[in-house]
Structures are given as C-alpha cells and as structure tokens.
Design a protein around this ligand. Structure first.
Ligand code: PLP
Length: 484
C-alpha cells in the first residue's frame, strides 16, 4: 500500500497521510520585521538562522525526518557498551537483511564514510567518474588530490523534462572518460541514488546494470552512495516497468548487489543519525577498517550513541515500507504539480527530498554573479518564515585557481522531510511562493562579505546589493496588512 493508492470520491488528487501524529512540536511564525533582522544577523545564509525565527524548516531532510514509535521504543532498549554492544549486532543484521552486505563499518554520518573512502582509495591525479557530485563527496575527493567528472545524460539539467530517470549516467560518456583518463587513474566509479543536487532525481536499475558492465569490463570498483536509496527504489517501482511487481526489498537489494561498496547517511536513509559503509568484499573492508577507530570510534559504535544505532536498525527495516518511504515523494509530487499549474518553474518530473524551484527563471533579472538561488532563498524566508536551502553557485566551491565556478542549476530547495509536515502547511508554501513570484522583480542580488575556503555555503555570510529586502517587506505589508 502507498500514500497515493487511496482514491477520492470528489476526484481530487491528494496524498493521504497513512500515519497519525502523537508527539507534536509547537512552531513559531514571527513577524516579517523580525525575519528581516534574522536575515541580517545570519548573513542572508539560511544555515545561519536560529530555528526560533523559522516557521517551516525545509532546510534539509538530514536528521529531520519524523521517527516512528518503533524507533523510539528501540532506543530505550539500547545496550551501552564501548565494545561488543548488542545494539551494534542488531544494526549489522539490519544492514545485511536490507542492504545485503556482510561487512559493515559504522560512522558518525555520511561524510565520514566519504572521508574514509577517499583517504583509502583516492590519490593525487585520480579521476572519479560519477553521475553527479554531492558537496561533501566532492570536497573529500578533492582534499585527497582527486578530481571528479560528472557524466549525466544531456537532458538531466533541464528544469522541465519527461525523463523519469534524470539521475542516470551516460554510458558513452563513462566509456570515453575511462579511455581518456586511463583505468589505472580511476579508483572507482561513484553512483549516487536519487541524485541530490539536480533535484533528487533517481537512476534506473537498467542504467546501474549498464554502469556495472562497464566497471567489470575495465576492472574498476563501483561505489554506491545509498543515502537516498529508499526513495530511488520507490521511484523505480513506480517508473521502471520491469520492476513494478517487485517488492521494495527486492529492488533495494538488486541495486546494492550491483555495487562493490555501499555507503550511506542514516540521517536520510533511516530517519535517525549516523551512517555506514558496507561491502561483501573482505579485502575492501580490511583496507578501511583501521580508519574507523582512528577517526570515528570503536568498530561497534563508530561515533554514534547506542540509542542512535537502535533507531537506525529499525529505520532500515521501515525503509522497505512504501507508506513510510513514499510519503515524502508523494507530498513532493503534489506540491510540484500545483506549482507547475500556477506557472512557477519547478524541477520536473518531481523527485525526492524536496521541491526544487528554478531561481534562474524567477530571478532572471539578477545576474548569476549575484547568486540568484541565494537571493530567492533569502527572499522566500523573508516573506514566509519558511527556511529553504540554496542549491546553486553559493553551494559550489572555487576551482584550484580560486575562481568562482558557476553552478549548472540555480535552485531553491524546499525539503519535505518524511512524515513531518501536513498538507495545509504544504498549501501555505505554495501560496507564499505564488505571491513571491508575482513580485519577483523586487528580488535583488547578494554579495559575499565573509567567504570561508571550504564548504562556504555553511559558514559564509552575504549581504544584499541594495535595499531590496526592505522594499519587499513593505510590499508584503501593503498586500497582507498585519498578517504574519
Ligand atoms: C547528506 C548526504 C551525504 C552526506 O551525509 P551526512 O550524513 O550529511 O554527512 C552524502 N551523500 C548524499 C547523497 C547525501 O544526501
């Protein structure tokens, strides 16, 4: 059963919540004047906001998915031990049952797995072909002297497309990349499930099989970033004809079986904290094992609390339940459909993780050098109290010569964490986005006033290039009176 299978007599097409809420958290919608002040305090960077000023927190799905009653109760029976905890063995079994891998290394979150993989396998001058980069994955590869090549199909970066698998790797480009760089300079190929930065777009199993065939032909290892694999599996079941009759469990294992090494962030995958690396190849496991006690903690906790480990184990099994894993994609599909009807440019087909709004079109009058996506993200928070995340040039890193690299896509991402928001909250998002688009020409640009050298989007501070935020606020007051 999935959230979209219940038909409405009225003919309306809305996703129905197949869960009930038993613990709630009060939210605060502060006046727009306070939100403007908060933006200045946080350098127009939504990472720098305090949640006391945020109404709907759509920054990320990372560690913000709702936990289930079963996860919370499992946390109570956690076994506190530095070494040999029962909680760890339950998690190890869950990893083997759900992801089909025997050897498991726990880490405190996904990027720690990326660090361990990069330290172990990447050397100076290496090239890592991938469908598309993720910020932390790329940062660790470049820190270790490697570089990346992104091999998406040509239409993957089009905002509106009917390609159901925009996360697919272009196989011809992969072969050309290997021939050009030499297989000895390619330690692994990286495939990312539900390609995060291009709008949460899945790959198909057929494509992953093709990548595997190329990897085998050249004797190159295949690494799978499985942080968003549950949703990728859900969309495979919906969109890839050959797999519609298969269970989530089958689809998931089929994908992980194709990779030599699988890593994940549990902050996404299993509604908890932590992360892990798993493989059926003992040689790979042994190469990485020593780095876990060095950086993370002993092999049976890897920097996580035992309570987190219990929640992660239960969450992994719950990933196989379509009403759990499908809830967020179904809400996203609803929001994307409604926004598109209103003429608001949004990444299509609907992906996972969140709604991705095209700032390049909405802020076409703002030069890319003034960070269109950053500007839209700040403007949207100002007029709604909704915190989204910039996924554009602010999230890019400078090249080796210190020059700006301009992002392929300038997106405002509004994350829809699993089973957190209600449909009326989603309707508020749509309403405020419509108002902002009707007043789009009032949005102006941003410039950096503090730019750290690594992962600048986390700590960087910006300011508006003019008094556009004040003018936008005045227009809001004119149209909405004293409404919040
Ligand atoms: C979040 C994420 C990571 C990094 O995981 P963290 O737990 O945040 O360190 C890696 N890859 C993908 C695809 C992600 O979405």
């Amino acid at each position: 059963m999935s959230n979209s299978q219940v038909k409405f007599y009225s003919g309306e097409s809305i996703p129905l919540e197949l869960h009930k809420t038993r613990i709630v958290q009060k939210l605060h919608l502060v006046p727009i004047e306070r939100r403007l002040q908060a933006l200045y305090e946080g350098g127009f960077n939504t990472f720098q906001l305090n949640t006391k000023d945020v109404f709907l927190d759509m920054l990320t799905d990372s560690g913000t998915n709702a936990m289930s009653d079963n996860q919370l109760s499992a946390m109570m029976q956690a076994d506190d031990a530095y070494a040999g905890s029962q909680s760890f063995f339950r998690l190890q079994k869950a990893v083997e049952d759900v992801l089909g891998k025997k050897y498991f290394l726990p880490v405190h979150q996904g990027r720690a797995a990326e660090s361990i993989i990069s330290i172990t396998f990447v050397k100076k001058g290496d090239v890592i072909p991938m469908n598309y980069h993720f910020t932390t994955a790329m940062a660790h590869i470049t820190q270790n002297g490697g570089r990346i090549e992104e091999l998406l199909c040509d239409d993957a970066l089009q905002i509106k497309s009917d390609n159901p698998f925009k996360g697919n790797m272009d196989i011809d480009k992969l072969v050309a990349c290997i021939e050009k760089n030499g297989k000895e300079n390619i330690p692994f190929i990286r495939m990312e499930a539900s390609t995060n930065l291009i709008g949460g777009q899945p790959f198909s199993i057929a494509n992953l099989m093709d990548v595997r065939r190329v990897a085998d032909k050249y004797g190159i290892m295949l690494v799978l970033d499985a942080s968003l694999i549950g949703e990728n599996a859900y969309l495979v079941k919906q969109r890839e004809r050959e797999w519609q009759e298969n269970s989530m469990a089958d689809i998931l294992k089929t994908m992980t079986n194709l990779a030599d090494l699988v890593y994940f962030s549990s902050r996404k995958l299993s509604s908890s904290r932590g992360g892990g690396l798993c493989t059926n190849r003992k040689d790979l496991y042994l190469k990485m094992e020593a780095l876990v006690p060095l950086f993370e903690g002993f092999l049976t906790y890897g920097g996580m609390s035992v309570r987190e480990i219990e929640a992660m184990a239960v969450g992994l099994y719950e990933t196989l339940d379509e009403t759990v894993t499908g809830q967020s994609p179904e809400f996203i599909k609803y929001a994307v459909g409604e926004l598109d009807k209103l003429g608001i440019p949004v990444v299509m087909p609907a992906g996972v993780l969140g709604v991705h709004i095209d700032a390049k079109q909405i802020c076409a009058h703002v030069p890319q050098t003034e960070y269109q996506a950053g500007a839209l993200t700040a403007a949207f928070f100002l007029i709604s109290g909704i915190r989204g995340m910039e996924r554009g040039s602010v999230s890019n890193q400078r090249d080796e010569n210190g020059n700006e690299t301009w992002a392929d896509m300038e997106l405002l991402r509004l994350a829809v964490p699993r089973r957190v928001f209600t449909l009326s909250q989603i309707k508020y998002v749509i309403d405020r986005m419509l108002w902002l688009c009707d007043n789009r020409e009032m949005i102006g640009g941003l410039k950096f006033i503090y730019e750290p050298p690594v992962l600048r989007f986390f700590m960087g501070k910006l300011e508006p290039v003019s008094d556009w935020p004040e003018r936008l606020m005045a227009k809001f007051r004119k149209d909405f009176g004293d409404s919040l």
